[in-house]
Design a protein around this ligand. Structure first.
Ligand code: NDP
Ligand code: MG
Length: 384
């Protein structure tokens, strides 16, 4: 039996992981689960999964959690401190599926106490890539990717030597606006942006997919997870989302991983590796798919992608700034305060302003990242 913590259990990835775990109850024992606001779902899942601890991040929901779980022996906790205390429990695996920067501190803390972090919360690597990887190395914690593209890369690298890898081909669906003209993009509504053509995900990542910031984030994620330079990562728009990514080797051979657009397989691989867990999800029907297509991304219309590359080239906390600006902008877009194209503009302008204020630095500890994140958010908020 492996012990597992699930951070962000009430979200899209969290709930997909619950489906996987329910098919393998003989192999995993659930320790702590955490939610942000959805206290009813958290309590329900705690009982269903026979979890030992349930933590609600929003402290105002603590009394409700207490009454929902009274009469059970499930221990409860709340707030940012509660998330950190959950991270400090020694487990075999911590599935990190909180969305955004909010997940950085608890996930970083888990690197010390968990043997493996199954990482969905990609913003950890965007905001604090270097420190995050160094911390994992320091404690001998394995990071297994849950993001489907990075799971694909990891799967395609099995049985091979990293140094024989020539290039990563990072696939992208292109999102709902792949074929929109710049003029059409000026009139994109929130409702349109929240409708991803292939994937069913949380709100933030759905908007990130529409702006292609998600692909930019994944580029940064790949840069930190695998031994490659920025030039060795190529984004390939593949609208069907069937090939989850590919590795090109030094002999010209390209290995791809294919699957249906659902997260179960990647989650199962991250928690089961080096084994594959049996899953009863619907199998891919290649005859139904019939065709796979590929095209180059348009970085003029999807400026977020080029901003991510720029942030990697700049180094230091440039990607921390980008991540903070994007989180502020996406939140504003979700509240109908700004337009779709404003998101990329705010990201670009925040980086410019951060540079002129010299707040892009080399972070030597998590506190540096936190300070830069706070300052970048303040800048971004003045831009709308
Ligand atoms: P969701 O928005 O569906 O879920 C986010 C989870 O985080 C929920 O459990 C939510 O709690 C919790 N949460 C939100 N804010 C806080 C906070 N301040 N403190 C603590 N917990 C919080 O997101 P997704 O599941 O879509 O995404 C999770 C992560 O996985 C993201 O980083 C995303 O980029 C990544 N990812 C997602 C994929 C997908 O298919 N969805 C694919 C690949 C990567 P509650 O709902 O109770 O408020
Ligand atoms: Mg992905």
């Amino acid at each position: 039996m492996k012990t597992i913590n699930i951070f962000g259990v009430t979200g899209s990835v969290g709930l997909s992981s619950v489906k996987v775990l329910k098919q393998h109850q003989d192999k995993f024992s659930v320790n702590a689960i955490t939610g942000g606001n959805n206290v009813e779902l958290l309590a329900k899942l705690a009982v269903e999964l026979n979890a030992k601890y349930a933590v609600i991040a929003n402290e105002t929901k603590f009394e409700t959690l207490k009454s929902l779980l009274s009469g059970t022996d499930i221990k409860i906790d709340c707030g940012k401190g509660g998330l950190l205390r959950a991270a400090e429990q020694e487990v075999d695996i911590c599935l990190a599926a909180i969305v955004g920067y909010a997940g950085l501190k608890p996930t970083m803390r888990s690197l010390k106490y968990a043997k493996r972090v199954a990482l969905a919360n990609k913003e950890c690597l965007v905001a604090a890539g270097e420190l995050f990887i160094a911390e994992a190395k320091k404690h001998g914690c394995e990071i297994l990717p849950v993001d489907s593209e990075h799971s694909a890369m990891f799967q395609c690298l099995q049985g091979s030597q990293n140094k024989q890898m020539e290039k990563i081909l990072l696939t992208a669906s292109g999102g709902p606006f792949r074929r929109y003209t710049m003029d059409e993009m000026r009139h994109i509504t929130l409702k349109q942006a929240l409708k991803h053509p292939n994937w069913n995900m949380g709100a933030k990542i759905t908007i990130d997919s529409a702006t292609m910031m998600n692909k930019g984030n994944e580029l940064i994620e790949a840069f930190y997870l695998f031994p490659v330079s920025l030039e060795q990562i190529e984004v390939v728009v593949h609208k069907q989302s069937i090939i989850h990514s590919m590795i090109q080797y030094c002999d010209g051979s390209i290995i791809a991983q294919l699957g249906a657009p659902e997260m179960g397989t990647a989650i199962a691989y991250a928690i089961g590796w080096p084994n594959r867990l049996e899953l009863d999800f619907k199998r891919l029907d290649l005859f139904e798919i019939a065709e796979l297509s590929f095209e180059k991304p348009d970085e003029k219309r999807f400026k977020c992608l080029s901003l991510s590359k720029y942030a990697v080239k700049q180094g230091g906390t440039c990607a921390t700034v980008l991540n903070a600006a994007n989180e502020v902008a996406v939140d504003a877009f979700l509240k109908n305060k700004i337009s779709f194209l404003n998101i990329a503009d705010i990201c670009e302008e925040t980086i410019n302003k951060a540079q002129s204020k010299n707040i892009i630095v080399n972070a030597s500890e998590l506190n540096d990242i936190c300070e830069v994140d706070t300052m970048a958010r303040q800048i971004a908020m003045t831009l709308f």
